[in-house]
Write a protein that binds this ligand. Sequence first.
Ligand SMILES: *[C@@H]1O[C@H](CO)[C@@H](O)[C@H](O)[C@H]1NC(C)=O
Length: 294
Amino acid sequence: MGNLSHFKGVLVLFGLLALVGLATGAQFYKLFQPSWATDHFMYEGDVLKLRLDKYSGAGFASKGKYMFGKVTVQIKLVEGDSAGTVTAFYMSSDGPNHNEFDFEFLGNTTGEPYVVQTNVYVNGVGNREQRLNLWFDPTKDFHSYSILWNQRQVVFLVDETPVRVHSNLEHRGIPYPKNQPMGVYSSIWNADDWATQGGRVKTDWSHAPFVASYRGFDINACPCPDNVAWADNTRRCSSSTERRFWWDSPTVSELNLHQSHQLIWVRANHMIYDYCRDTARFPVTPAECEHHRH
Ligand SMILES: *[C@@H]1O[C@H](CO)[C@@H](O)[C@H](O)[C@H]1NC(C)=O
C-alpha cells in the first residue's frame, strides 16, 4: 500500500514535470515560431536553447505584429568563449523604410566582458549605436531584457533598469517611429567579421556549439492584424478618450525620478560608446543628440 502510493506520487511528479516542459514550448509557441534552423532549437524544461555551430545559427520571430507596449525575454548568454558570436533581441517593422529597436549582445573570449550594443532605426536609417558593459556576468544567469515603446519614447531596459531612452522629438521636426507595426525577433549568428574587439578576434569553432538560453517570453502590446491598414492600427493602438492603454499612462510615458537616476548611473558607469559623442564619425552631431542629454 505504502509502495503503491509512493509509486503514484512519482507518477504525479513525472506528470507535473512533463506539463512544465510542455508549458515552455506552449508559452514560446503561443507568441513565437522558429524562423530558421529549427534543428538548432532545443527545449529543456522551461528553457529554449538556440545553438550556433559552423553550419548554422538560429532565429525566431513573433507570430504577430504589434504597436506600442512592452516586450521582454530572459536570456542567459553563451558561456565561456563566445568571441565572434552575436545574440540579438529586437523589434522591427518590414519594408525599405523600416523601424527597428535592437539589443545586440557581442560575445568575447573567456572571461572578457560581453558588450551590449543598442541601435535605433528610423525610416530605414540606423547608425545610432550605443554600447555598454553590464554590471553582472550575463552568461551566469538569466536576466531580463525589455523594449518599452509608446508615443513618447522607446526605452531599453535590463532587469527593469533603463539603459537607453530614444525620445519622441517630432515637435522639433525629428521623425519618430510610431506608424509601423513591428515584429519581435531573436537570433544567434556568427559575426566574427566585426563583433569582437572590432573583428580582430575570430570565432573558435572548436568551442562550438555556442548556446544562448531563453525563457520568460512576454509580449504586452497592441496586436496589429495583417489585414488592418497601418493608419488604422495607429488609431486602434493609441489611447483616446474612450480608451487608455497602460503604456500611455503618465507614469510610463516618461521615466520616473528613480529611473532617471538609474539611467544616469548606467551612462556614467557602463557606457563605452555613444554615437552622439563620436565626432570623428559624425562631424555634424545627429539632430536628436542635441536633445538626448539625459
Ligand atoms: C572584449 O574584451 C575586451 C578586453 O577586455 C574589450 O576591450 C572589448 O570591449 C570586449 N567586447 C567586445 C565585443 O569586443
